[in-house]
Design a protein around this ligand. Structure first.
Ligand SMILES: C[S@@+](CC[C@H](N)C(=O)[O-])C[C@H]1O[C@@H](n2cnc3c(N)ncnc32)[C@H](O)[C@@H]1O
Length: 314
């Protein structure tokens, strides 16, 4: 008799339990029904709510499926998307993704990210995105030799050794596109210290504000100038972070890596010496608009030549 009396309450408790389990799955997986959500539409609608709940549950946040227009202050996606649009590029590689601020805003159909410590859920990704939780060296050692990307953003470990290696590896997998290297012009001498912890320590000792760290990525441009006549580049100054845009002068040219001794030799001059009169001329500093249009014109011309050559051969 008592069991019968309590049946409605037990039924209600069971419904609540089922609903909580379902909700947990929604929060954990980031979407309701994987089949329905294959194209991300449900996820897109529920995105904000799900991330709020994931935050409360202590789970990493999910990357947005289809973000709104890129805010004007986001200079990296703005520059990358301009090239994507003008050169009709389809696949993008980002080395060093962090919170995914740039990664989510790039508009290519396919996106690949690499970072050993991403600050988002690297399992449930937006449609068309793939992610490798590993260092860039491990990534390039793992992928097929024939794997190709159209455009890449190199923003991983900010040292000359690693960034130069990343650039060379990217060119081995790059079709006829471009590579954007972040932080090629340090803010000051302290931000140019290659050791991040030491740079922060010196900044604190000097009583300087903020925590900008650019490392010695700038030496990559020195290496380009000294040893890579097959490449063309422009350093974008103004309207955002300084970045260097690099591309091949001629389609299909092999970009050969320099030896360890050559890289060591590039470390001989200091930031203070090299930047004594401002940004060195070999950085080929220019505005964002000029750098992008030079790159687009040069890559289009190379495409055009290739096409004409084919026509002549026929
Ligand atoms: C400056 S943040 C990247 C910011 C991001 N590109 C953006 O635009 O929002 C640098 C990232 O590089 C990652 N990183 C450090 N060493 C790396 C390596 N060897 N390979 C790939 N990524 C690395 C760090 O984990 C960090 O998340």
């Amino acid at each position: 008799m008592r069991r019968a009396l309590h049946a409605p309450r037990r039924l209600r408790d069971e419904v609540i339990r089922l609903r909580q389990r379902h909700l947990w799955r929604v929060i954990g997986n980031g979407f309701t029904r994987p089949v329905l959500d294959r194209w991300g539409f449900l996820r897109e609608k529920r995105f904000d709510g799900i991330n709020r709940l994931r935050d409360i549950a202590g789970l990493t946040l999910m990357l947005q499926y289809r973000p709104g227009p890129v805010p004007d202050g986001h200079w990296s996606p703005r520059r990358i998307n301009a090239l994507v649009r003008d050169l009709r590029l389809r696949s993008y590689l980002e080395i060093g993704v962090f919170e995914g601020e740039t990664f989510v805003d790039v508009t290519t159909r396919r996106r690949f990210g690499v970072d050993p410590n991403p600050l988002f859920d690297a399992v449930y990704l937006p449609h068309g995105a793939k992610f490798a939780v590993m260092t860039s060296n491990q990534f390039f050692a793992t992928i097929r030799r024939s794997k190709r990307f159209d455009i890449a953003f190199v923003d991983g470990l900010h040292t000359v050794d690693q960034t130069y290696r990343d650039v060379i590896n990217v060119f081995a997998h790059l079709r006829h596109g471009a590579v954007l290297i972040d932080d090629t012009v340090p803010l000051d001498e302290v931000s140019a210290i290659p050791d991040q912890a030491e740079s922060y320590r010196q900044r604190e000792l000097a009583g300087l504000e903020g925590r900008p760290w650019h490392g010695d990525v700038w030496r990559v441009v020195t290496l380009l100038e000294r040893h890579h006549p097959e490449l063309e580049w422009r350093t974008i100054i103004g309207d955002g972070n300084p970045q260097t845009l690099v591309w091949r002068r001629r389609r299909g040219t092999h970009v050969r890596a320099m030896s360890g001794e050559v890289i060591e030799a590039a470390k001989m001059s200091s930031y203070a010496e090299e930047f004594a009169d401002g940004v060195p001329t070999y950085f080929r500093a220019t505005t964002e608009a000029n750098a992008l249009s030079d790159c687009v014109r040069s890559l289009r011309r190379a495409r055009h030549w290739r096409h004409s050559f084919r026509v002549v051969l026929r």
